[in-house]
Design a protein around this ligand. Structure first.
Ligand SMILES: NC(=O)c1ccc[n+]([C@@H]2O[C@H](COP(=O)([O-])OP(=O)(O)OC[C@H]3O[C@@H](n4cnc5c(N)ncnc54)[C@H](O)[C@@H]3O)[C@@H](O)[C@H]2O)c1
Length: 358
């Protein structure tokens, strides 16, 4: 029998601001998980965003894109910052990220939001209302009103086009139903089917996919205005939420406020051969270079990356170690502590080694 450990290739794109600081901690935790669970990760590092502009005059340099397309997974820290505010719109750091998502064919953006008892006190909502929240927003990322044509602005009017095809809705619906099967068995589909034709199609297609292919998953439909109210009033009622690009953008940022810090929220963008994993937060120029950012969002994104590689035990070990750090510290300032980025990353990495020894 071949005893060579499985080796995965990972393209690391640290980016700008706190991106390199939190990426270093995610890499350290990935190394600890690989060591503990007996596989290998080979990483290569590439500039993106402002770092790409500085290195190659492009927020997504060709060599960076090629490395991403060749890798088993891509990890990105964050892009953007005041140093690049004056560049032309097409050259902005964020453009690099949008182009990368498009080139990877990443049509499904996954954002889990969980609020443990330990975190509930920091939520802007009342703790008893938010403690125990555990939801996953599945946002369609490459269609809808952000990409629909025609789109025009003249001196006297402007319009955009919200367009969805049956195929686009079917494939995102399947992603949501499959995740519901692995989680709580419930999908909430969010639309505005009482007003928008694209939403009426969305609702019909999601209902058909659910009935034909996932009869074991409970499905409800909510209008987006009602869904927004429920995210604030009763976030625990949700398991998997599936929605289009525009509604998902707004709802996922609304849900991101529930834990009281951006420093805990991971994301994955999936669809093509290679997935992209990144914390939800930006480059936080106010924290950059101070070893003060919370690396847990990046580390939880690394856990999603391990899941996508099929290393479920490693992903679970990372999450358990993060849970222990959230409950008992060390904590960075956003969680009320005084620990540094590296302290927190080190604690999670040490926790994995301990967990897998016991
Ligand atoms: N995916 C991305 O790369 C991404 C996402 C959002 C914003 N941005 C870019 O980041 C730059 C800054 O944007 P912003 O200030 O609106 O958003 P931001 O997410 O960088 O910061 C918002 C607030 O959250 C805090 N914060 C963010 N991450 C944190 C962490 N890990 N630990 C503790 N606190 C954290 C920051 O200190 C700040 O107060 C801009 O250039 C923006 O375009 C990039």
């Amino acid at each position: 029998m071949d005893s060579t450990p499985t080796t995965y290739t990972l393209a690391l794109l640290p980016g700008d601001g706190i991106g390199p600081e939190v990426t270093a901690e995610a890499e350290r935790v990935l190394d600890a998980a690989a060591e503990a669970l007996g596989f290998e990760i080979t990483t290569s590092e590439h500039p993106v965003g402002g770092a790409g502009i500085d290195a190659a005059g492009d927020p997504l340099p060709r060599a960076t894109l090629d490395a991403c397309l060749d890798a088993d997974a891509v990890f990105l820290g964050a892009v953007g910052g005041p140093d690049w505010d004056a560049v032309a719109p097409d050259l902005r750091p964020e453009r690099g990220l949008l182009r990368l998502r498009a080139r990877l064919g990443a049509f499904a953006n996954l954002r889990p939001v969980a609020v443990s008892d330990a975190l509930a006190e920091r939520s802007p909502l009342r703790p008893e209302r938010v403690a125990g929240t555990d939801l996953l927003i599945v946002r369609e990322l490459t269609g809808g009103i952000y990409f629909g044509l025609p789109r025009e602005r003249t001196a006297t009017e402007a319009y955009d086009t919200m367009r969805y095809t049956v195929l686009e809705v079917e494939r995102i619906a399947r992603v949501a139903f499959e995740w519901a099967r692995k989680r709580g068995g419930r999908v909430t589909s969010v639309d505005k089917a009482n007003v928008l034709a694209s939403s009426a199609l969305w609702r019909d297609v999601v209902a058909r996919v659910g009935a034909d292919e996932f009869p074991d998953v409970a499905l409800e439909h909510l209008y987006v205005d009602h869904a927004a109210m429920e995210v604030v009033c009763d976030p625990r009622r949700f398991d998997v939420v599936v929605t289009g690009n525009l509604f998902g953008d707004v709802l996922s940022d609304l849900a991101a406020t529930l834990p009281g810090t951006l420093g805990l929220l991971p994301s994955a963008s999936l669809g093509g051969r290679t997935g992209l994993f990144e914390p939800v937060h930006g480059s936080a120029p106010d924290l950059a270079g101070r070893d003060a950012a919370n690396p847990l969002a990046a580390i939880l994104s690394a856990a999603m990356l391990l899941d996508s590689l099929g290393e479920a035990d490693a992903a679970t070990a990372v999450r358990q170690s993060v849970d222990a750090v959230v409950a008992d510290g060390p904590h960075t300032a956003d969680l009320g502590g005084t620990a540094s980025t590296t302290d927190v990353g080190g604690a999670v990495a040490d926790g994995i080694a301990l967990l897998t020894l016991t």
